[in-house]
Design a binder for this molecule. Structure first.
Ligand code: ADP
Ligand code: MG
Length: 213
């Protein structure tokens, strides 16, 4: 089944709802090793994106337009460092499906990969540096691997969610080498990176969305 603009609008709505539900927990995580605003940033960003995306006329828009407007509104809504990181992720998602009127299951895997790569290109973080990359990079790889093995989209996204969760858990043992918490040295050990935690929330929301479809 193809993913059209109407479905992408609903997907952004589901992501925004998930961020709203997890807002407090994400702020608490950021409170320990950052400035306690990560949940607010992600909730604000995705609610602005979902609202802008919902306002598009589905009959005259394509998936690239959806991701581009989501990127733009995320960037304007978020002052924290997650703003440009997710704006780049969403722009790259749009570029990866250019000129397609609707998306196949393979295209959705491309979208996930493009987002992960966009975050890495923008923030220059490598896996192991206690950032959202520690959830995104293994998630994209797991989705691609599952899909290459012939798994359906929902199963591939389930693999992505599991890999993201494992990656986020592993950030507890890491010292932060990028972003605000890199100033705290060993004090961050034992605590999960909030950006990795919100990546799990996002990928889980996408997984659930495509399982229920
Ligand atoms: P800020 O640190 O400006 O308050 P947020 O609280 O919204 O921004 O986001 C913090 C998260 O951003 C971190 O937990 C980390 O996952 C992510 N992050 C910070 N710098 C980078 C980077 N260079 N590359 C990837 N992710 C990063
Ligand atoms: Mg913060």
């Amino acid at each position: 089944m193809q993913v059209d603009v109407v479905q992408l609008q609903a997907m952004f709505g589901a992501i925004a709802q998930a961020m709203e539900r997890e807002k407090e927990r994400l702020c608490e995580l950021d409170g320990v090793i950052g400035d306690a605003d990560h949940g607010i940033a992600m909730e604000l960003g995705f609610s602005a994106a979902a609202k802008a995306v919902a306002a598009l006329d589905a009959s005259s828009s394509d998936p690239t337009a959806v991701f581009n407007i989501a990127a733009k509104s995320f960037l304007s809504a978020v002052g924290a460092s997650s703003g440009p990181l997710y704006a780049t992720a969403l722009m790259r998602a749009g570029a990866s499906v250019k000129e397609k009127p609707a998306l196949s299951d393979d295209d959705m895997i491309d979208v996930l990969e493009a987002m992960a790569k966009g975050i890495q290109d923008r923030g220059k973080a490598e896996p192991g540096e206690k950032t959202m990359v520690d959830a995104w990079a293994p998630a994209a790889l797991a989705a691609r691997t599952a899909r290459d093995e012939g798994k359906p989209l929902a199963t591939s996204l389930e693999a992505a969610e599991q890999a993201a969760r494992k990656g986020a858990e592993a950030t507890r043992d890491m010292v932060a080498l990028k972003g605000r918490s890199s100033r705290l040295g060993d004090r961050v050990i034992g605590h999960m990176d909030p950006g990795a935690a919100s990546a799990v929330v996002l990928i889980e929301a996408i997984h659930i969305f495509f399982s229920d479809r």
